[in-house]
Design a protein around this ligand. Structure first.
Ligand code: FAD
Ligand code: SF4
Ligand code: SF4
Length: 1009
């Protein structure tokens, strides 16, 4: 099936947003965070409300299926389909209005929930339902899935907070769904209102009889919201009407709120244009009590008792996640608060305005309850689940945690029984699962381990799903309680609700979407849950032989498939993913790049054999044989461009829960790609800048002078494709070695220093400061005869030369230190961390030695703040001697860390690493340091110097860094930056000369050194 040319032509006439029908765009939107994959017909990005309306109207006219989409973070497959995708997340993201008095907000569908919450927080308000994916989930998707989260016992579900919705129905007509007083409905109600009334009248009894006993239900449509009825209610639901009557949902007999029907309808009833939502007061204080149990089931058995204390959340954290978090040395310190080896923990939260009342409540839970009071302590408790889940999700194997029975909600009195029986079901299928999350609401996320690339795994998928469904129904629970039905569970809807309620749901669907154009293939006409799998028995991946070692990732194909689509890379905070943050384009997210690479290297039966798929195969041929494929291959170019805009900042390596390392994949792709494509001259200039700088240094003045001449720049910049607005770094006069300044120093230890091209030739005062600081601290410095660890070669994909360079550096280190005991230090993070990261991948045959080297490779700041043999941090050897350091006025300083510093995991011994180490050094010498909450600066090595990347580079800088630096200058604060590129970028973007922490430290200790 493809889009008719007439439809596309007419749509283009009425649409100002983008319309993308190419193979790459279809590949990008063929997955969400589920196990499914369906290639869409195309993707359109409405820029205005009129665009959105025009798309739906024309789709109705030409009978084109459409699928509104937000962040695509759905776990059940409802955000994919054979339809024209309307991606509302890029432009339709307005916060139309917040009314603090009425406690309401009106939003467009693409607004990200965390943005709404940030705006509402200014008025002490928040949106009650709190899905864990709030940092990227859009309100369209939150409503589409009837999302909720850890605090559902306090706030219910999204349906409970949906006051009004402006929608477009399947025939293209506009409607406003809100509260309707029954007697006020006119004599000629719309087809949709008539259907709602008829359902209430004719099917009321069937709904009462067949809806689950759990209030936390999001399977199918919200027909129960048409009736003032429910078998159970959230323990603390605070709506006046519910409190008065004990009824949930909170529906008065004489009204119908049609807006609630949109909640959980997964884009199948209407396209939401705007919605007005209820906001709730944000609790001022929280406190946690942590209880241990001997089994998950025993913990769940205790939940009804705990609910009697009126907590705001009760979350289950299983032993598996605790052990995984404890098992990684870097995280051991973070989970040190867990006593012993409990099989399960319940984290019980109380929230409110009076801390003393909360503390009393938590004490009553159990005498041995561990109490987390401070914000830091509470963050550490929650981090166990986060860290454990991340590790669980990133296991490099074909058998992975699968979401399909992860959304059951059971009446809490029977939750323990449910857990015991699901454990039996899983054991009978020779597998196991992590059970975690919202015990308070009877909703446990169960991620069973299955290998869906094998027939047995796919058969278990169905068999476990059917057995769990039977169990859930027997216990009065619901199969979908916040993640929706999608493809994973919609097949079972008629079985869950029976034919009568099925008929009522169909009646509603027909009234809203008479031609079945809105997200077809979901809800009542969904396909079997074991079809359309992203992987599957016939899945085959074909990759080239990589240069880098991917053994840790289950091979190169495993590294590409590591992305499970959760979409954390679409958040707009932290480092990951700067190019997405700046452009909001799916193809520029880590997920987008992973999806394109996967499309390129796999041959899934579920992808249609279309021109696009042929293009994928042909690019693979290209990657295998130099001459086989035409250069204008559209998809191949898309993959190239998506990776070209990856800044290789390693944000994903640190922040992606599945540990996707796109920088490494980019290097490997470039290496293979350029076997058959001509490189730009510029790549050679940047990759070999070290040897070129060595050659040029003796003529530094001449080179500097000529690069200042307009005509030279006018000639050189276009030849090399350099940005006109940038200046390449200038050669600086070389400084003499400083050792002579410390004739009396007694060395108490030795280190090896890896110099780098940038600080040696262009900013030698930094190298000098490093030597000064080390020498002053009694550290003898042996300088390696080679410059740099080869970062510039690696970042341009010159992997074979990089490997040879790594061998040479490695040999030189061994020659200076045959016993392999001396620490190896570096100044420039991108260079030094190459020893910790890429050397392991470049030299797999020397793995043990490379690991040993990685464990003793430190940035100078990291080394100075670490304890020496006397158990005191080395920098204190100087500052202790300095009388007046504490008496000096401390100056305020803002520090921007290098991306690779931010990507470093915590050290096993708890000593500061990365930007925290740079900050610690500066604090020790007397600065009042604030770390700038910035991500990547945007320069990213050579990236920002390249003509075609200049604009994006500046956009990334403007996301957070530049505005904060400008503000710092206005307030008279100094700015420090650790990376050489970061300093250039700050200078170019703000005119501020940021200085290196080592230079500032030496200056501070001026009288001493
Ligand atoms: C790691 C992880 C954790 C999660 N945790 C939670 C959780 O705690 N609680 C929870 O509820 N969910 C959770 N989810 C599921 C999901 O993230 C949320 O339900 C989220 O609200 C979906 O938002 P989205 O923007 O990604 O929607 P999408 O996935 O893009 O879309 C969701 C549905 O809404 C429909 N839709 C989107 N826009 C519109 C529109 N304009 N009009 C009509 N329909 C529309 C789509 O067609 C689709 O059917 C989690 C997911 C992941 C990966
Ligand atoms: S790259 Fe990581 S964060 Fe992004 S979708 Fe994939 S797994 Fe999730
Ligand atoms: S390395 Fe940086 S820019 Fe590239 S995908 Fe990862 S987070 Fe995005």
């Amino acid at each position: 099936m493809s889009l008719s040319p007439d439809f596309v032509a007419e749509l283009r006439k009425h649409f100002i947003g983008d319309i993308c029908l190419d193979a790459a765009s279809r590949a990008l939107y063929s997955t969400d965070a589920s196990i499914y994959q369906i290639e869409p017909l195309g993707v359109a990005f409405p820029k205005t409300q009129d665009d959105l309306h025009a798309a739906v109207e024309l789709a109705a006219k030409y009978r084109v299926p459409i699928l509104p989409r937000g962040a695509g973070s759905s776990l059940a497959g409802q955000a994919i389909g054979q339809a024209l995708i309307l991606d509302c997340s890029r432009w339709l993201d307005g916060l139309v209005d917040i009314d603090p008095e009425a406690r309401t907000a009106t939003v467009e569908p693409g607004l990200v929930l965390s943005r709404l919450n940030a705006a509402a927080a200014k008025h002490g308000l928040t949106f009650g339902p709190d899905p864990a994916s709030a940092e990227r989930a859009t309100l369209g998707g939150v409503i589409g899935n009837n999302a909720t989260g850890a605090h559902s016992i306090l706030y219910g579900m999204t349906a409970d907070h949906l006051l009004l919705a402006d929608v477009i129905l399947g025939d293209g007509s506009l409607a406003t769904w809100g509260v309707v007083e029954l007697p006020a409905i006119g004599s000629q109600p719309s087809a949709f209102v008539s259907a709602a009334l008829r359902i209430r009248e004719k099917y009321g009894e069937a709904i009462k009889k067949n809806y689950p006993q759990s209030w936390r239900n999001s399977a199918g449509y919200r027909l129960n919201y048409l009736l003032p009825w429910s078998p159970s209610a959230p323990p603390q639901w605070s709506d006046d009407w519910s409190l008065a009557t004990g009824h949930y949902p909170p529906v008065k007999p004489h009204i119908i709120n049609l807006a609630t029907l949109l909640a959980g309808s997964e884009g199948t009833l209407a396209v939401m244009r705007r919605a007005t939502l209820n906001l709730v007061p944000k609790p001022k204080h929280t406190i946690l009590g942590v209880l241990s149990y001997n089994s998950n089931a025993e913990a769940c058995d205790d939940v009804p008792r705990l609910l009697g204390f009126n907590p705001s959340a009760v979350e289950l954290v299983p032993q598996m996640l605790i052990r995984l978090a404890k098992g990684i040395p870097a995280y051991t310190a973070q989970v040190g608060w867990v006593r012993g080896d409990p099989v399960a923990l319940l984290v019980v939260e109380f929230s409110g305005d009076r801390p003393e009342v909360l503390k009393e409540a938590v004490k009553r839970l159990r005498s041995d309850a561990l109490i987390a009071e401070s914000v830091e302590e509470q963050a550490r408790v929650w981090s166990v689940r986060k860290v454990g889940l991340g590790i669980f999700d990133s296991q490099p194997a074909d058998a992975r945690p699968v979401a399909f029975i992860e959304d059951c909600a059971i009446p809490v009195e029977r939750l323990g029984e449910f857990v015991r029986e699901v454990e039996n079901i899983l054991a009978a299928h020779n597998t196991y699962a992590a059970f975690y999350a919202h015990a308070s609401a009877g909703c446990l996320h169960i991620r069973a381990i299955l290998d869906l690339k094998r027939g047995e795994g796919v058969r278990s998928l169905r068999s476990i799903a059917e057995a769990t469904l039977a169990l859930t129904l027997r216990l009065g629970g619901s199969m979908s309680s916040e993640h929706g039905d999608g493809i994973a569970r919609a097949e079972f809807l008629r079985q869950i609700y029976g034919p009568e309620v099925g008929e009522a749901m169909q009646l509603l669907k027909n009234a809203a979407d008479p031609h079945n154009l809105l997200n077809p293939g979901k809800m009542l006409d969904a396909p079997p849950m074991d079809t359309h799998l992203r992987y599957g028995e016939d899945y085959r991946a074909e990759v080239w032989a990589p240069v880098l070692d991917f053994a840790r990732n289950n091979g190169l194909a495993g590294a590409i498939q590591q992305c499970n689509g959760q979409g954390v890379c679409r958040k707009d905070t932290g480092v990951m993913c700067p190019s997405f943050q700046a452009t909001r384009e799916e193809g520029n997210s880590t997920r987008g790049r992973a999806n394109l690479l996967r499309a390129l290297t796999s041959f899934p039966v579920s992808l249609q054999v279309t021109k696009g798929s042929e293009a994928i195969s042909s690019l693979m041929r290209l990657l295998r044989r130099r001459d086989a494929v035409p250069r204008n291959d559209a998809l191949g170019e898309s993959v190239y461009h998506a990776l070209d805009l990856c800044l290789a900042c390693k944000g994903c390596k640190a922040e992606c829960p599945s540990g996707v390392d796109m920088a490494k994949l980019k290097y490997e792709f470039q290496h293979e790609y350029y076997k058959s494509h001509r490189r730009k001259l510029r790549d050679h200039l940047f990759a070999y800048i070290g040897p070129l700088a060595q050659l040029g240094a003796p003529f530094g003045k001449l080179v500097n002078w000529s690069m200042e001449q307009r005509f030279v720049r006018g000639l050189v910049n276009p030849i090399f494709g350099l940005a006109e607005k940038r200046e390449l770094p200038k050669f600086a006069p070389q400084l003499s070695m400083p050792a002579s300044r410390f004739p009396d120093i007694e060395y108490c230890e030795s280190v090896i220093l890896l110099r780098d091209t940038f600080t040696h030739f262009f900013e030698p005062e930094i190298e000098r400061a490093a030597l000064d600081m080390l020498t002053a601290c009694g550290v003898e410095v042996k300088v390696l005869p080679y410059f740099s660890a080869g970062r510039t070669l690696i970042s341009k994909g010159f992997l074979e030369p990089a490997r040879r360079h790594a061998e040479r550096v490695f040999d030189a280190i061994q020659k200076l230190d045959p016993e392999g005991k001396l620490p190896v230090l570096g100044i420039e993070p991108s260079e030094l961390y190459t020893l910790r990261d890429e050397f392991l991948d470049l030299l797999p045959e020397r793995r043990a030695d490379a690991e040993a080297l990685a464990s003793r490779a430190w940035l100078v700041e990291e080394y100075l703040v670490r304890p020496g043999a006397d158990n005191k941090s080395r920098i204190l050897r100087v500052t202790d001697k300095l009388q007046d350091i504490s008496s000096q006025n401390s100056s305020k300083l803002l520090l921007h860390g290098h991306c690779y510093q931010k990507a470093q995991p915590p050290a096993a011994d708890g000593c500061p690493v990365g930007q925290n180490a740079s900050a610690e050094l500066l604090r020790t010498v007397g600065y009042e340091v604030k770390i700038i909450p910035s991500g990547c600066c945007g320069m990213a090595g050579a990236f920002g110097y390249e003509d075609e990347h200049y604009e994006l580079s500046m956009q990334v800088g403007e996301l957070a860094l530049f505005p904060i630096v400008r503000e710092a200058m206005r307030s008279g604060n100094e700015v420090s930056a650790v990376g050489t590129s970061c300093r250039s970028q700050i200078a170019d973007g703000t005119g501020v000369a940021a200085r290196h922490p080592l230079v500032l430290s030496v200056q501070r200790l001026g009288s001493m050194v």
